[in-house]
Structures are given as C-alpha cells and as structure tokens.
Write a protein that binds this ligand. Structure first.
Ligand code: HEM
Length: 163
C-alpha cells in the first residue's frame, strides 16, 4: 500500500516536474537520514573524538561546542589532504568564531575573551549548517571540560565567512 502511494507520488512528480521528488533533494529523502535518525547517539571524550580524524581512511567527525557531526562524505574538504582537515577530530568551536585558522591555539572549545553574542550567533549558524546539510549528520555529543589550566588564546583579527 505504502509502496503504491510512493510510486504514484513519484510518477505524478515526474509528470509535472520531470523529477521524481518534486525538485526536493534535501537530507530527508536521503536513505542515510533514516539510518542516522534511529541509530543511538555517541557520547565521546575529546581523546576518543581525536581518533576520528580520517587519517586511517575511516569515519571523520568534527564537533562544535559539544555537538558532534559526521562529515565523512566529504573527504575532499575534511580528509587528510582537505582544506579544512584542521577542524576534524576535535571541538574547535573557537575557530568557527574567529576564523584565525593559522593560530594553532584557536582550535579549542575555549571561548573565553570572545564576544558572547558573536559566539552564540556564529556557533549556532555553523551547527545549523552541519545539522541541515544533506550529507552531514549529527551523531552525538562530546564531553567538554571548562577548567582550562592556561590563559585563553591571545586576541586575533577575526576573519568572517564570506557567505
Ligand atoms: C570564520 C571564518 C570561516 C570559517 C569558520 C570557515 C569554515 C568553512 C567550512 C567548515 C567549510 C566547509 C563547508 C562544507 O563542508 O561544505 C568552508 C568552505 C570554504 N571556505 Fe571557509 N570558513 C571561513 C572563512 C573563509 C574565508 C574568509 C574564505 C575565503 C576567503 C573561505 C573560503 C572557503 C571556500 C572557498 C570553501 C569551499 C572549500 C572547498 O570546496 O574546498 N572561508 N569554510
């Protein structure tokens, strides 16, 4: 019955739009959506997360302020030779706000010294980007410790995403 309805829907869509999904190609019709929707969520430590940097050819995860996303489908960008490989296997929430990619101490979840509104806006916006992206998946949380033994990174000239 459901199969029939889906087939009829696809045929009607193709008739009117020359596309079997009414022009929609987002994540909700990606079969992986269902796989990820029903699989148990991860709860990782930072050292466990560090293993998922794709250097072994396996799963690639990145985290932003505790939320972990699977970005394995885009090895060109996140794999060992990718432009944004430096973001994976860690929670680098700070660098999503500052854009200071050349400063190694920016790759941290330490947001001390940054403007709270700027952090909230940029972090939410990047989380939304990864959450809604057709080929990336929210897979769980990473435990974060906020007892930083050292001073926060020195201020840097923020670079904003051009988009
Ligand atoms: C806060 C600053 C920035 C952040 C956090 C950021 C982060 C990112 C991320 C996460 C991606 C990958 C998107 C995906 O998965 O599809 C990306 C892609 C890209 N970004 Fe940035 N970016 C920043 C600033 C910039 C700036 C200033 C430029 C250019 C001058 C730039 C140029 C690009 C380009 C060209 C891509 C596409 C890369 C590709 O397809 O290989 N970004 N950025």
């Amino acid at each position: 019955m459901l199969g029939g309805v889906l087939l009829l829907n696809a045929l009607l869509s193709y008739w009117f739009t020359s596309d079997t999904t009414w022009g929609y190609h987002g994540k909700y019709i990606n079969w992986r959506f269902f796989k990820h929707q029903f699989s148990p969520k991860l709860s990782l430590t930072l050292s466990e997360l560090a293993k998922y940097d794709g250097s072994d050819g396996g799963q690639i995860l990145l985290a932003i302020n505790g939320s972990v996303y699977d970005v394995s489908s885009n090895r060109d960008i996140y794999g060992p030779k990718g432009t944004y490989h430096s973001l994976v296997g860690k929670d680098a929430a700070r660098v999503y706000v500052t854009g200071c990619f050349r400063k190694s101490d920016e790759y941290t979840h330490d947001l001390r010294g940054l403007d709270a509104e700027e952090c909230e806006r940029d972090i939410k916006s990047w989380q939304k980007f990864f959450h809604n992206h057709r080929d990336y998946w929210y897979v769980g949380q990473v435990e974060l410790n906020y007892d930083f033994p050292e001073n926060p990174p020195e201020p840097c000239q923020h670079i904003k995403f051009p988009g």
